[in-house]
Design a protein around this ligand. Structure first.
Ligand code: HEC
Ligand code: HEC
Ligand code: HEC
Ligand code: HEC
Length: 434
């Protein structure tokens, strides 16, 4: 059969196109990521605290980081307006009674506000430890290298302040010039080592989560030197952390009504997210959702305007999920369910506090049972706070969060019953609390 000229032309055209396409693909594959191809204009000093200097080399990352100063939009449970959590949920005033968080506790904001906000909070006073600056400034890596973390933590907040000028910046997450993501906080390095982990061996994708753990973790101040320590020696689940604090008999304060030795939890986003959440197990990193790739003309870069992904869902979720409306609606459902479950836990905690307070005022209260009730109050509240202080209203790991809240509610009700029993009230209640 004789081929027609048109068929030969068509076959030829397809071959040419295919070869061309393969060529283009090979070319693209061998290209460095776009912004990394840009030649640095200036050499950056090691641990340079001033982000505007790094910004000369990387204007897109710098200008998006700058946006965190003013991105004051609210979402249902998050966003960046510094609304008072105490006014919105007065139960917190009872739960944190006797502790500075009962006086001033606001929704958190973008990275560039960190320094202003820590200086403005009424939680800081004359005796506050310098350690509180650990997560607020790009001056830290340089100061830690210069004075050592023990010396830094030993200083008072009011004295250390003169050395701290910059809010969070490039030096908190990157090594100068190589721009590698690094662990900059010695407390994180030590906590990982205590678990037998060395971040130098982590993959790039792992570092896109671990770099956030420089700050978005639970911590405490160890000993008189207020040495910054992450309570991970037994593991990073809430049960491991609670055991750690119990073993060293640590407390942040004594609750004035229940007289229980209390623990305040701080933003454990890293611990909650990495406790086998669906996204973590699928290999998704914090930066995938909070720093998605963005385009500015020809340049493609990670936005450094770190904020609620719900304000940027097309870029944040759309890279992996085709139906962005569906997944953001799922976030709303999950958060609502977590909020309602948390309401029940808070009610149970307030009831426990009231019952224990009443018991302490009863003549002939059983001291052993009372101590048990107080310990149950501590255990219930630190579990609840692990979730309440985590900033995603459960989204980062819904299964783990609901599991912990259920156990917190259960322990709080046990505390209430134990208090009633300690006060020597009706046998019917005593038998039901066994
Ligand atoms: C799968 C996407 C995803 C991943 C991965 C993820 N987050 Fe989130 N994060 C969210 C969503 C959604 C919210 C809820 C935002 C809201 O309620 O407005 C959130 C909320 C937050 C908030 C509070 C934001 C606000 O507006 O108040 C912080 C802080 C945070 N995440 C940090 C982290 C850290 C640190 C990691 C890694 C350890 C991480 N996130 C991993 C999606 C993600
Ligand atoms: C809170 C941590 C954090 C801070 C602060 C930060 N970065 Fe990044 N940066 C990241 C993460 C995470 C990535 C993604 C890295 C990756 O994918 O390997 C990144 C990526 C980059 C990249 C690689 C290209 C890209 O956009 O993905 C450059 C360049 C960069 N950042 C520059 C800067 C500069 C300049 C500053 C200061 C103005 C800065 N970063 C501040 C976390 C941070
Ligand atoms: C050097 C410490 C530090 C590092 C590193 C850091 N954060 Fe933060 N982050 C903070 C502090 C402090 C705040 C609260 C600032 C405020 O309220 O003034 C914050 C706030 C946030 C918020 C809330 C922003 C808003 O608009 O409400 C998100 C989301 C967030 N961080 C995500 C991340 C992610 C994701 C990473 C890792 C890529 C990361 N952070 C790395 C200290 C840090
Ligand atoms: C880097 C990829 C990636 C990004 C970014 C991402 N997801 Fe996912 N998401 C996954 C994977 C993988 C799964 C699990 C596999 C599956 O069921 O699709 C998943 C599952 C989910 C689920 C179902 C969870 C469950 O337990 O059944 C929801 C809801 C969800 N994602 C919401 C979001 C939202 C909201 C965002 C943006 C804030 C987001 N995801 C960003 C990859 C991603």
């Amino acid at each position: 059969m004789k081929r027609s000229g048109a068929t030969i032309f068509l076959v030829g055209a397809i071959v040419v196109l295919a070869v061309g396409l393969i060529g283009v693909l090979l070319y693209l594959k061998n290209q460095p990521a776009p912004t990394r191809g840009v030649q640095p204009l200036i050499e950056i000093a090691a641990m340079e605290p001033d982000s505007s200097k790094w910004g000369l080399n990387f204007p897109n990352q710098y200008s998006t980081l700058e946006k965190t100063k003013t991105n004051n939009t609210r979402t249902t449970y998050g966003g960046s307006q510094p609304a008072s959590k105490l006014e919105e949920d007065p139960r917190l005033v009872t739960l944190f009674n006797g502790y500075p968080f009962s006086k001033d506790y606001n929704e958190e904001r973008g990275h560039l506000n960190a320094l202003t906000d820590v200086r403005a909070t009424k939680r800081v006073n004359e005796k506050t430890a310098g350690t509180c600056y650990s997560c607020k400034s790009s001056n830290n890596p340089g100061l830690w290298a210069e004075m050592g973390m023990a010396e830094y933590d030993h200083m008072l907040f009011k004295d250390l302040g003169s050395k701290i000028e910059q809010p969070i910046g490039c030096a908190n997450c990157h090594e100068a010039n190589t721009m590698k993501l690094i662990v900059t906080n010695p407390a994180l390095d030590e906590a990982l080592k205590a678990q037998g982990l060395d971040w130098h061996t982590f993959t790039r994708q792992e570092m896109r989560t671990v770099v956030c753990a420089n700050c978005h973790v639970e911590y405490y101040f160890k000993g008189d030197g207020k040495y910054l320590t992450f309570p991970w020696a037994n593991g990073r689940r809430i049960e491991d952390i609670s055991k750690f604090y119990a073993d060293i008999q640590f407390k942040d304060w004594e609750h004035p009504q229940s007289k229980a030795p209390m623990i305040k939890m701080q933003h454990p986003e890293f611990e909650v997210f990495t406790a086998d959440s669906t996204h973590y197990k699928a290999g998704v990193a914090c930066a995938d959702c909070h720093m998605p790739y963005t385009r500015d003309g020809a340049a493609k870069f990670s936005t450094h305007d770190v904020k609620s992904p719900l304000l940027n869902a097309e870029a944040a979720c759309g890279q992996c999920h085709t139906d962005v409306n569906y997944v953001t609606a799922r976030v709303a459902d999950i958060q609502k369910q977590v909020r309602q479950t948390m309401d029940a836990t808070e009610d149970a905690l307030v009831a426990a506090i009231n019952a224990i307070e009443a018991a302490t005022k009863t003549a002939n209260v059983d001291p052993t049972l009372l101590a048990e009730a107080q310990n149950l109050h501590r255990e219930a509240q630190l579990r609840w706070d692990f979730i309440a202080a985590e900033n995603s209203m459960g989204f980062h790991n819904p299964e783990e969060v609901l599991r912990i809240l259920a156990s917190a509610t259960d322990i709080a009700r046990q505390a209430q019953l134990k208090a009633v029993q300690a006060a020597g009230t009706p046998a019917i209640l005593q038998s039901s609390s066994q």
